[in-house]
Design a protein around this ligand. Structure first.
Ligand code: ADP
Ligand SMILES: Cc1ncc(COP(=O)(O)OP(=O)(O)O)c(N)n1
Length: 273
């Protein structure tokens, strides 16, 4: 069985972070392992506390997983500080971790910061060059490019091309935060752009979309899929999960990680333009 590691924060509410990643790995038929960088006290109403883990605790988890079990792919999520980013980057190189998907998590949908402002530079310079794929949403892509305005697909394409210059093998700029009838994600692999589009789903229950999407890409890459194939599957997977999102709690509910399996691979189409 293929193995996939998530290096991310814990979401006590179960919709995002480590919990979303492990549920996604299970659904995609890979064996999930985890390194917890921070604990959040979080529910559907927001983030109520952030507790970054000691560097030594994160290093010990990385060594435990990678020296024994190994991994066929990995993803990073919430990394919180420059120190944690540097440590994770060092270990990824030390163990030659393959197929690294980097979700440059910065701010939760409710507005809580999940990455210190001063850590953005470390993310840009130290970690992003190690990525097989990076998956910023529009606000994250904008921040990584110094506050660039991104309001449509053309600007997403330009942003993806510029982020590619930072060193990853491919960039997906996700369109969930934009308006429009369709939610379009743009992939640039250094040669061409691919568009993955779905009808925009009218729901406020979208907690954990980005985590689930990037975890699915990592799982598919572990199984040997190409980057465009992996992104296409992730787009279908997250579309089903949002379509069947769960009204759990009093606020923004999570997506339904089992929806793709339960409903099947039919319905939402993701045309590649
Ligand atoms: N309302 C929606 N309808 C359909 N797809 C969506 C919707 N919101 C987000 N997505 C999709 O979910 C994935 C995650 O995107 P996004 O929400 O922008 O990421 P993040 O959670 O990092 O902010 C992307 O594939 C995006 O197109
Ligand atoms: C612990 C943790 N990690 C990441 C996030 C952000 O997840 P995301 O998929 O971007 O979903 P939203 O928070 O934006 O709904 C998180 N909230 N917690």
């Amino acid at each position: 069985m293929k193995k996939v590691l998530t290096i991310a924060g814990s979401d006590s509410g179960g919709g995002a972070g480590i919990q979303a990643d492990l549920k996604t790995f299970q659904e995609r038929g890979v064996f999930g392992t985890s390194v917890i960088t921070a604990i959040t006290a979080q529910n559907t109403l927001g983030v109520h506390g952030v507790y970054p883990q000691e560097l030594s605790a994160v290093e010990a988890q990385l060594d435990a997983v990678l020296s024994d079990i190994g991994t066929d792919a990995a993803k990073t999520g919430m990394l919180f500080s420059a120190e944690l980013i540097q440590l994770v980057a060092r270990k990824i190189q030390e163990y030659s971790v393959p197929s690294l998907v980097i979700d440059p998590v910065m701010i939760a949908k409710g507005g809580a910061p999940l990455l210190k402002k001063e850590a953005v530079e470390a993310l840009r310079k130290v970690l992003l060059p190690l990525g097989a794929v990076i998956t910023p949403n529009v606000p994250e892509a904008s921040e990584l490019l110094g506050g660039r305005r991104i309001e449509g697909v053309k600007e997403m394409e330009e942003a993806a091309k510029e982020l590619y210059q930072l060193g990853p093998k491919a960039v997906v700029v996700k369109g969930g935060h934009l308006d429009g009838e369709q939610s379009v994600d743009v992939l640039f692999d250094g040669e061409k752009w691919y568009h993955f589009a779905s009808d925009r789903i009218e729901t406020r229950h979208t907690h954990g979309t980005g985590c689930t999407f990037s975890a699915c890409i990592a799982a598919e890459m572990a199984k040997g899929r190409t980057i465009p194939e992996a992104v296409r599957t992730a787009k279908d997977f997250i579309t089903h999960a949002i379509q069947h999102s769960l009204e759990i709690g009093k606020g923004v509910g999570p997506t339904h990680h089992a929806a793709y399996r339960l409903v099947g691979e039919k319905s939402p189409s993701s045309p590649t333009v």
